[in-house]
Design a protein around this ligand. Structure first.
Ligand code: RNT
Ligand code: ZN
Length: 424
């Protein structure tokens, strides 16, 4: 597709870029070694519009929605893994997989409160072979017992108990992946519970959610195998007026229980970004999980682009020296474009933004700030936007053996013709 640089072009451009960064006392080789260590958790649900394999005829519910009908979506675990393999092959580095409970593999229906590690053995074997760590999520939506919009905060004891059991089973599956793969899983709880219109009792559902979470998390699990995260949201489709698991609810809960807090970039007011929350939350919770996403008006889940918001998130992680305490996951779903391209675009952008952040002369920036020289701080921040980070990124892709620039689209087009077009 279009002009493609030769390997020599890429190497020459990198050599010049390396010099430019060296003048700022930034060692690009050290930066690339650091970037290589970061595993992003790719969300399995971009591959099939959050349908899963439990009951493919059931629609998505829970205040989230996919739009579009791009042909060729994965219908089985085998197809989904094949598509994921393709996406990973276009992304530099070794990355994780974020799996939802509805992606189990079984011949006969298994109630969600009875899911077991064995239903995920196929995923574990694949992950081991491909060297992916796995993260996990209970699926508290798209289910008859979630149809009235409540799960862990449900007023009915029996229904609430069902979802408690599902979340307990999910933590065990997270721990199974952690044990099997030798890398800690993060199991993230997100529930859709809320009201479309103004409630009169905002308290009782929150009390019930707190009790349910206490029951879910009652059993200690070796943190080497599984870590628990809780994800807040401001509103969803059909829960515009009240969401039980709000930011204040979970910030308080995670602080008290010392669980991880999950910040989804699309779950706040439209002009509110998560970048500024990281340094505050990390004073009170041990670690964070991020759902890197892109909110557009009322939708929280557009494909991640190289936006100012994304750059601000990565800058905060790097400037605050938080890479060890922040788990970076993705969360978007777009069914209107090639789904493998969506994964690739979003993940490559997350990595590009991270690279840009790692290339900053942080010591120098801090010095200016401490000296109160805000004029120079602003000049430097603006000049950094013109630095040749693109040349460093291209070189990284080249050395990692993945396509440089738009070349990955050629591979996606070929895959579309050879594989996706055969699915009907
Ligand atoms: C929904 C939350 C949640 C989901 C996934 C599928 O608003 O962001 O993380 O997107 O669990
Ligand atoms: Zn999310």
């Amino acid at each position: 597709m279009g002009y493609q640089p030769t390997d020599a072009d890429i190497q020459n451009a990198y050599a010049l870029a390396k010099e430019r960064y060296a003048q700022l006392h930034v060692d690009t080789e050290a930066v690339l070694a650091e970037l290589k260590k970061v595993a992003i958790s790719l969300h399995c649900w971009q591959g099939d519009d959050v349908v899963g394999f439990e009951d493919p005829d059931r629609g998505l519910s829970g205040g989230i929605m996919t739009t579009g009908n791009y042909p060729g979506k994965a219908r089985t675990a085998v197809e989904l893994r094949q598509d994921l393999d393709k996406a990973y092959s276009l992304i530099p580095g070794t990355h994780r997989l974020n799996l939802h409970a509805i992606y189990l593999e079984t011949d006969k229906p298994v109630p969600r409160n009875e899911i077991l590690p064995e239903h995920f053995a196929g995923w574990a074997a694949w992950a081991k072979e491909q060297k992916h760590g796995v993260d996990f999520n209970p699926t508290c939506f798209s289910h008859p017992l979630a149809d009235d919009g409540f799960t862990l905060a449900h007023a009915d004891d029996g229904i609430r108990q069902f979802w408690i059991e599902h979340c307990i089973a999910s933590r065990e599956i997270g721990a199974y992946f952690g044990r099997e793969l030798g890398t800690t899983a993060v199991t993230n709880i997100w529930i859709p519970d809320g009201y479309k219109d103004t409630p009169v009792d905002r308290t009782s559902p929150r009390q019930r959610l707190k009790e349910s979470l206490d029951a879910v998390l009652a059993k200690p699990i070796d943190p080497a195998h599984n870590l628990d995260a809780v994800e807040s949201k401001l509103f969803g489709i059909g829960s515009e007026s009240y969401v039980v698991g709000s930011h204040e609810f979970y910030l308080g809960y995670a602080t008290q229980k010392q669980t991880l807090l999950c910040l989804d970039a699309g779950h706040f007011h439209p002009t509110e970004t998560i970048a500024d929350k990281i340094s505050s939350a990390l004073l009170y919770v041990p670690e964070l999980l991020l759902h890197v996403s892109r909110g557009v008006r009322w939708d929280s889940d557009h494909v991640v682009t190289l936006s100012d918001d994304l750059q601000a998130i990565m800058q905060e992680i790097v400037r605050g020296n938080y890479l060890e305490r922040v788990h970076i996951g993705l969360d978007f779903f777009d069914a209107s474009i090639n789904r493998i391209a969506a994964w690739t675009i979003g993940t490559r952008n997350a990595l590009r933004a991270l690279l840009m952040a790692l290339l900053e002369p942080i010591a120098q920036m801090r010095e200016l700030e401490v000296a109160g020289d805000y004029t120079s701080r602003l000049v430097l921040l603006e000049e950094l936007k013109g630095m040749p980070f693109g040349a460093v990124w291209d070189y990284y892709c080249l050395t990692q053996g993945v396509p440089v620039g738009m070349a990955y689209l050629d591979e996606i087009h070929t895959y579309e013709k050879q594989v996706l077009a055969q699915r009907r």
